[in-house]
Design a protein around this ligand. Structure first.
Ligand code: NAD
Length: 493
């Protein structure tokens, strides 16, 4: 069994209390590794290292171009070590190797993109209206960043949070999910090889209530960036508010995937499947509400069932597996509970609904791809995030009704629209209250494209040029170029 350590100040260190948590392989259910159960002492140590890196270490005086070069080297190392990291993630998280191999190929692009941005963070000279003054702005790193991440895409979150933060000149302490901490700890070693000065990138593992809360409450952490459930996000937001900390939150969703009768129905059916069964439905952007125009509902559902029934369930390491295990035991229980909730609420079970069995299935964490129809949007199954392979089909008659139902949830993370009508595509993308709207595609993500939620799906944006702003503060500098004293020092200049 592999034993991991925290990564603090450029080195692997034992947890202060010498306690560890077990990490299971979701496919086999076997414990394959242990990760430190971090406490306040470990967080204090990591934050002190991160603060020193920003104030006294070589990172503090490094030019932005040098920061960029160091980040590019890290990107190259991720390319080299990608296959190994992908396998670790699959073992720890249960995601398909096919998906992880793709994510790891893409991961370095975040480092390259923000490496390029590091030396383009420019202030401006303001043609100020006060005579005898030079006025300009600079954008300064916000300070030590504390990052808390969910278990569903651990290494992707490392890139999404650390790359823009470090490009901005911040140091970071990451607390990954207690269920899937191994990959971030493995990744950390690459930062040493890439020449990151000690303290710039730190990983402390452990429970949210212990290590996570200590990071949120630490007075030397200036900014919290969080990915996880909306309930946890709200708790963190209020804890951070007591110290007026900057916070960005990437939370859950109940995204509508809307199919009109003029759509390419084969493409839409594939898009519906990718929206809910990819990653075993354990994605924040899951298109868990499939809104289908009533005129084509029957025909469309047939197509959908055809794909869902052919999905291969089993070993996530095998290249042709489509649906892997649920990552954590509590999540498995939650999914099975929601299948009951849907039935009690009056939804009709069309497919699945049980623990999956079959030749490739091991352990106790497999759920059949599950489809409910006759769902109305007021049912709990249509309103609450399941975070699993459970789809609710809701019929609608026209555009107006699709918009009303689509927006009638507390979340606003993403939405899909399937139509061949360009005018409708534009109208729908404007009307849907979601941070991302996909037209005739779903689950397309890029380091270049801002990502984040409206309503209870979050605050702030990751990816794209905007993300770096989350880690910067604007400073306005006024320089009086005249030697004269003010005529009246008792009034505003
Ligand atoms: P979670 O909220 O339980 O945990 C997220 C992280 O917060 C973990 O590292 C956890 O240890 C930590 N944490 C928990 N309680 C804490 C506390 N009191 N103080 C500080 N840290 C604490 O979420 P999860 O179950 O790991 O992930 C699933 C959720 O994440 C879903 O709701 C999903 O939609 C959401 N998610 C959102 C996005 C996005 O980008 N919008 C992406 C992936 C997942």
């Amino acid at each position: 069994m592999k034993t991991y350590k925290h990564f603090i100040n450029g080195a692997y260190v034992d947890p202060a209390k010498c306690e560890w948590l077990e990490s299971e392989n979701p496919y086999t259910g076997e414990v394959w590794a242990q990760v430190p159960r971090g406490t306040k002492e470990d967080v204090d140590r990591a934050v002190a290292a991160a603060k020193a890196a920003m104030t006294t270490g070589p990172f503090a005086t490094m030019t932005a171009s040098e920061r960029g070069k160091m980040m590019r080297r890290l990107g190259d190392l991720v390319v080299e070590h990608g296959p190994r990291l992908a396998e670790i993630e699959v073992r720890d998280n249960g995601k398909l190797l096919a998906e992880m191999a793709g994510q790891l190929k893409y991961h370095p692009e975040s480092w390259y993109y923000y490496a390029g941005l590091a030396d383009k963070i420019e202030g401006s000279v303001v043609p100020i209206d006060k005579p005898g003054h030079l006025a300009f702005t600079t954008h300064e790193p916000i300070g030590v960043v504390g990052a808390l991440t969910a278990w569903n895409s651990p290494l992707m979150f490392v890139a999404w949070k650390a790359a823009p933060a470090i490009a901005a000149g911040c140091s970071i302490v990451i607390k990954p999910s207690e269920f899937t901490s191994a990959s971030a700890l493995e990744f950390a070693a690459l930062t040493v090889e890439a020449g990151f000065p000690p303290g710039v990138f730190n990983v402390v593992t452990g429970y949210g209530q212990e290590a996570g809360a200590a990071l949120v409450e630490h007075p030397d952490v200036a900014k919290i960036t969080f990915t996880g459930a909306d309930t946890t996000g709200a708790r963190i937001y209020s804890a951070a508010a007591l110290q007026l900390k900057r916070v960005s939150l990437e939370l859950g969703g109940k995204s509508p995937n809307i199919v009109f009768d003029d759509a390419n129905l084969d493409a839409a059916a594939a898009g519906a499947v990718s929206g809910i069964f990819a990653a075993t439905g354990q994605t924040c952007i899951a298109g868990s509400r499939l809104l289908v125009q009533n005129s084509i509902k029957e025909q469309f559902v047939e197509k959908l069932l055809g794909i869902a029934k052919s999905a291969k369930i089993g070993d996530p390491m095998e290249a042709d597996t489509n649906i892997g295990p649920v990552t954590t035991p509590p999540q498995y229980e939650k999914i099975m509970d929601y299948i009951g909730v849907a039935q009690e609420g009056g939804a009709t079970l069309l497919h699945g609904g049980k623990p999956a069995t079959g030749p490739g299935v091991k352990g106790t964490r497999f759920v059949e791809p599950t489809i409910f129809t006759d769902v109305t949007n007021d049912m709990r199954i249509a309103q609450e995030e399941v975070f699993g392979p459970v789809l609710s089909i809701i019929g609608f008659d026209d555009e107006e009704e699709a918009i009303r139902i689509g927006n009638d949830v507390i979340y606003g993370l993403a939405a899909g629209v399937w139509t061949q009508n360009i005018g409708r595509a534009v109208r729908m993308s404007k009307a849907l209250k979601a941070g991302t709207v996909w037209v005739n595609t779903y689950r397309a993500i890029s380091y270049m494209m801002p990502f984040g939620g409206m309503k209870k799906s979050g605050i702030g944006r990751e990816n794209g040029m905007e993300a770096v702003q989350e880690f910067l503060e604007t400073k306005s500098v006024w320089i009086n170029t005249s030697e004269e004293a003010p005529a009246n020092p008792f009034v505003m200049r």
